[in-house]
Design a protein around this ligand. Structure first.
Ligand SMILES: Cc1ncc(COP(=O)(O)O)c(C=O)c1O
Length: 395
């Protein structure tokens, strides 16, 4: 990374761990075979493929033949929704998702609605937790899937997936959960939560981009998206990206080994940041659940100054700190629209442009956080006269 720059945007993506890089490099040089080939090179590649599958299966409590590699979280989510919809459309056309899903779920739902499916968007409370009573009410005999993410990318809130799973089990409906933000950071077990389909990816856990997986419980009926040479048991054709797959498995393995200590360390850093915000700014508030949230993730806003968040983030970037806005900071969002997640937890469209997301990770040190807090204070102070003509920075 560029010297002296501080990266606090690990929910967007992470730096690849050196141990993962070391695992991948030989697979570009010597282990380049096609896993479908019958000769020596193919056999070696196949072995890496199957060992990686077994590792990932173990990480989520699945059997290896229930893990299917994909190109990432977006593809896994598209596949779960479209695959279930297509395979089960004769049983019903109703799908339930939470209102705070990632765009790759919400935009897939829009597409499915155009195809004639009915989508119910489950509301969440002011902490971002889905309304379970409403879930029970809206499930009906035509419901073919419930999809609720494990942890939210913008506000970090963790959903009660065990309870959602219990409700789905009692109605015999498959439950899909997008665990891109939680996998590797907190325990994710498919059996405890009765999860039938689980989305995971590598680039949020210090692995490479462009690789993910979909867990599909045995017996669940879904159609493939990609047809071709029959890889992944005929469910997802294309030549497997062996270095990325091995890197994914290594990254996951490291997260499992280090999860407890790392979560404790990140929770302490997050607590420091929260204490700083509340003791320094009269108008700071937290978005999302106070405790039921990802260890290193904090979303906050400054009341009254939500419209100036982008300016604050650019100022911080100039001083070498990378943080993110809830969604408005995405360079794909040309209109800087208000966050659908912040609106779903009750903020108005003005406030919903104001989320600041700090996501710490494996390479974040206590010193990094100190520097960030210091610079946040200075950035805020230098911008408040522009905002309001008066400073509310109290230190
Ligand atoms: C919750 C969630 N789901 C899905 C994705 C998409 O994953 P990918 O970038 O691997 O397609 C992301 C990443 O931004 C995410 O945070």
């Amino acid at each position: 990374m560029e010297h002296n720059r501080i990266y606090l945007d690990n929910a967007a993506t992470t730096r690849v761990d050196e141990r993962v890089v070391e695992t991948m490099i030989p697979l570009f040089r010597q282990g380049f075979g096609n896993a479908s080939s019958l000769h020596h090179f193919g056999t070696l590649a196949k072995e890496v493929l199957e060992n990686s599958r077994a590792t990932l299966a173990q990480c989520v409590g699945a059997d290896p033949d229930e893990i299917f590699f994909t190109s990432g979280g977006t593809e896994s989510n598209n596949w779960a929704l479209k695959g279930i919809a297509r395979a089960n459309r004769h049983n019903g056309k109703h799908i339930i998702v939470s209102a705070i899903e990632h765009d790759c779920v919400l935009n897939t739902c829009k597409w499915l609605a155009d195809e004639g499916f009915y989508i119910t968007y489950l509301p969440v409370d002011t902490d971002g937790i889905v309304d379970l009573a409403r879930l029970k009410e809206v499930i009906n005999p035509k419901t073919i899937l419930v999809s609720v993410m494990h942890a939210n990318n913008e506000i970090g809130t963790i959903q009660p997936v065990e309870e959602i799973g219990r409700i789905c089990r009692s109605r015999n409906i498959p439950f899909h959960s997008d665990a891109c933000q939680s996998f590797g950071k907190i325990p994710v077990g498919v059996h405890d939560a009765n999860i039938g389909l689980l989305t995971i990816n590598a680039h949020k856990i210090y692995g490479p981009k462009g690789i993910g997986a979909l867990y599909i419980r045995k017996g669940i009926n879904l159609d493939p998206l990609l047809h071709g040479g029959g890889q992944e048991s005929g469910m997802r054709s294309t030549t497997e990206n062996i270095p990325a797959i091995a890197g994914f498995a290594k990254a996951a393995e490291l997260c499992m080994e280090e999860m407890n200590d790392e979560a404790t360390r990140l929770r302490e850093l997050r607590k420091k940041l929260e204490d700083y915000l509340f003791s320094t700014f009269d108008n700071a508030y937290i978005n999302g659940h106070p405790d039921q949230r990802l260890p290193g993730h904090l979303s906050f806003s400054f009341h009254g100054f939500e419209g100036e968040t982008i300016r604050l983030l650019l100022h911080l970037d100039e001083s070498g700190i990378a943080v993110s806005a809830g969604s408005a900071c995405s360079s794909n969002d040309k209109s800087h629209s208000a966050s659908h997640v912040l609106q779903a937890i009750g903020l108005n469209p003005f406030e919903a442009r104001g989320g600041i997301r700090v996501s710490m990770g494996r390479f974040t040190t206590a010193k990094d956080l100190e520097v960030f807090m210091n610079k946040l204070g200075h950035s805020f102070n230098s911008l408040t006269p522009i905002f309001s003509g008066s400073s509310i920075f109290t230190q």
